[in-house]
Design a protein around this ligand. Structure first.
Ligand SMILES: NC(=O)c1ccc[n+]([C@@H]2O[C@H](COP(=O)([O-])OP(=O)(O)OC[C@H]3O[C@@H](n4cnc5c(N)ncnc54)[C@H](OP(=O)(O)O)[C@@H]3O)[C@@H](O)[C@H]2O)c1
Length: 226
């Protein structure tokens, strides 16, 4: 039975990934910041729930120590934040920018670094990073969204480098745009629901091959423009 570790598993896309991997009988290591206030462990899904604040080095190290040398077939870096939506030029909230970069850009690499050996000793050796079309330079035509867009563009660059770095060891690292999804982040007017988004990404994940490493992929399987 393959193992997946999911960050930000308590709600939104992370929660739907838990549900869909459970249906496939994967071993699920579901992580979230606050294990006390989530009902993840009390669902009828058999999962292991662990505390993990992805921005906190101590928290990441503690989980890495707990999991020791257990193989992780798929490391799913999903946790993310949007930050303030009104931080336009002239009134940029630099403190908020700093925090969003810590969550969206630095933390996925911190998590990847901490669990790389677990992934590399697994059968599948896969890392998936939930990015966004808003990190695409090609798709950026407006003059707003400094904080979130730059955080995901930075993530894409870091994952591209990571994919090259780990390629000789057989790892497959990809980024996804999950679509505009009806979660707390996407809001109620978003285009698709989490079931559609995650089903699409699961279809791609099932077929991932080492030669896919470094791809930026839309949830429906098409390559996304950088
Ligand atoms: N929804 C969309 O339309 C959309 C579009 C493009 C990309 N994305 C990306 O998809 C991913 C999932 O987003 P979502 O829509 O599911 O958002 P969401 O419903 O707001 O959920 C965000 C998740 O990230 C977790 N998180 C935030 N900061 C964290 C931290 N420091 N440590 C651990 N977990 C943390 C949250 O945990 P708490 O409950 O503790 O806050 C929550 O579980 C994100 O990376 C997002 O950028 C979403």
């Amino acid at each position: 039975m393959p193992t997946v570790l999911i960050t930000g598993a308590n709600r939104g896309l992370g929660r739907e990934f838990v549900r869909q991997f459970a249906a496939l009988d994967w071993r699920i290591i579901a992580t979230c910041r606050d294990t006390a206030s989530t009902d993840l462990a009390s669902t009828d899904i058999e999962i292991e729930v662990h505390a993990l604040d992805v921005t906190d080095g101590e928290s990441v190290r503690a989980l890495a120590d707990t999991l020791a040398d257990e193989p992780i077939d798929l490391l799913l870096n999903n946790a993310g934040v949007y930050g303030p939506r009104d931080s336009d030029f002239g009134q940029i909230d630099f403190a908020a920018w700093d925090e969003v970069m810590r969550v969206n850009t630095l933390a996925p690499l911190r998590v990847a670094e901490a669990f790389a050996e677990n992934v590399l000793k697994s059968d599948r050796k896969q890392m998936v990073f939930i990015s966004s079309m808003m990190g695409s330079l090609a798709q950026t035509t407006g003059g707003d969204g400094f904080i979130y867009r730059s955080s995901k563009a930075g993530l894409n660059m870091s994952v591209k480098i990571l994919s090259n770095y780990l390629k000789p060891r057989g790892a497959t690292c990809v980024m996804f745009h999950p679509g505009w999804v009806r979660t707390d982040m996407g809001g109620p007017s978003a285009a698709i629901d989490p079931v559609v988004s995650v089903s699409g990404m699961m279809n791609v994940i099932k077929r991932l091959k080492p030669e896919d490493t470094g791809r930026f992929i839309n949830y429906d399987g098409f390559d996304f423009p950088w």
